[in-house]
Write a protein that binds this ligand. Structure first.
Ligand code: 8YV
Length: 332
């Protein structure tokens, strides 16, 4: 009997066709007020789920007692109850690596756009204000040669370090769970504690995963340590930053600017005070959002899903404990 797969994220046609050859596939549009109800209706009997950006809580998992794998089209897995999935013997997979470079590009796009006021001044031109040569009131600040402070030295953090050191001649500081001598050697980077990084960096770039230890990591105290000419860049998760504290710091001009791709509430409401500041560049969570990378992520997610359903250990398994439960069951 064919396995049953429920998709709650669209796939390129070729990948959908590949799944349909091997399984019974149901696509659920989870947007809108009835979205979750449609997903609930589709879950009974499902062996595999593929999607992203949706919290699969116990009430949903209870509807799919035969579930073997959740294949997330994302590298971040903060919206999954990993312990609960593991307890149920449900494998969780994600799509690291394929999005590293694209997301680091997004980080640098925000560094350059916020430092050189690209969005603000492009709007200024469009609105017909460019009547004479620019004066100091419209100058930005340099990126090359400045100090890049990276909070979180994983794959994306290291790709940022490479861009900063090799591409822009920047001094690279980083704070992470531990020093990484290989990063120090490759990029002339220096590990330091978070407070020292906040005090010294011209650009503070957040790339940490969201977890109990990183939620609210950048709050009023941390923002107050930053230099008034420093810029905060967030390509991690909105909840890593205390958003009201950031709004206050911007209002009091205690930091120069912010480049934000992620927010506590997404989509970001047009009523958000963040959008009142000309020195805030806000992008709609475009970290990995290129045609090439989203296609690669979808391909990776499909591979993970099919491996798990075929009883193989998927390449990008997040919760080893679930695999042990599965293989334990097979041994029995
Ligand atoms: C998107 C991301 O949220 O991979 C992540 O963790 O934050 C982004 O790539 C995700 O890809 C949604 O599909």
């Amino acid at each position: 009997m064919k396995k049953r797969i429920v998709l709650y994220k669209r796939l390129p046609e070729a990948l959908l066709a590949r799944l349909q050859q091997q399984a019974e596939v149901t696509w659920v549009d989870t947007t809108g007020t009835d979205g979750l109800a449609r997903l609930r209706d589709a879950l009974p009997g499902a062996h595999g789920l593929l999607g992203a950006s949706l919290r699969l809580d116990s009430s949903l998992l209870d509807l799919a007692p035969q579930l073997q794998v959740v294949s997330s089209v994302s590298v971040g897995v903060d919206n999954y109850d990993i312990a609960e999935l593991t307890r149920r013997g449900v494998m969780l997979t994600n799509t690291p690596d394929v999005l590293t470079e694209t997301t680091a590009d997004t980080g640098f796009a925000l560094i350059l756009a916020s430092a050189r006021r690209v969005v603000e001044l492009a709007g200024w031109v469009r609105d017909g204000h460019w009547q004479a040569n620019l004066g100091p009131a419209h100058f930005g600040t340099d990126v090359h040669g400045k100090t890049l402070g990276i909070v979180g030295m994983g794959r994306i953090g290291e790709a940022l370090a490479r861009r900063g050191a090799a591409g822009f001649g920047m001094r690279v500081l980083y704070h992470s769970s531990r020093p990484k001598p290989e990063v120090d050697a490759r990029y002339g980077a220096r590990y330091c504690d978070l407070d020292a990084l906040l005090r010294e960096a011209d650009f503070v770039c957040l790339t940490v995963p969201l977890s109990a230890s990183t939620e609210g990591l950048i709050g009023a105290r941390e923002l107050a340590l930053m230099k008034p000419e420093a810029i905060l860049i967030n390509i991690a998760r909105g909840r890593v930053v205390d958003e009201p504290a950031l709004i206050e710091a911007l209002r009091e001009k205690r930091i120069r600017a912010a480049g934000l791709d992620v927010f506590v509430q997404e989509p970001l409401s047009t009523a958000s005070p963040l959008l009142q500041f000309d020195n805030v560049v806000a992008t709609p969570h475009i970290g990995s959002a290129t045609h090439e990378t989203r296609e690669a992520m979808a391909r990776c997610a499909v591979e993970n899903l099919l491996s798990a359903l075929a009883g193989e250990r998927p390449m990008n398994l997040v919760n080893e404990g679930a695999w042990k439960a599965v293989t334990g069951a097979y041994k029995a």
